[in-house]
Design a protein around this ligand. Sequence first.
Ligand SMILES: [Zn+2]
Length: 53
Amino acid sequence: MEDISKKVKKEGLDVMWLRWKCLNCGYLYEGIEVIKKCPRCGNEDPDKFADVD
Ligand SMILES: [Zn+2]
């Protein structure tokens, strides 16, 4: 994750933007960091996250 942060600061335009939804509580995450735990409900089950286009 630290490598991604450095890359973002260096190459601000070439960022992979992530979007996913927690199927447990419906929380929609948008950002550049991969997080494995839902900040709202604490869901850590990968099967309960869905990518959003
Ligand atoms: Zn959640």
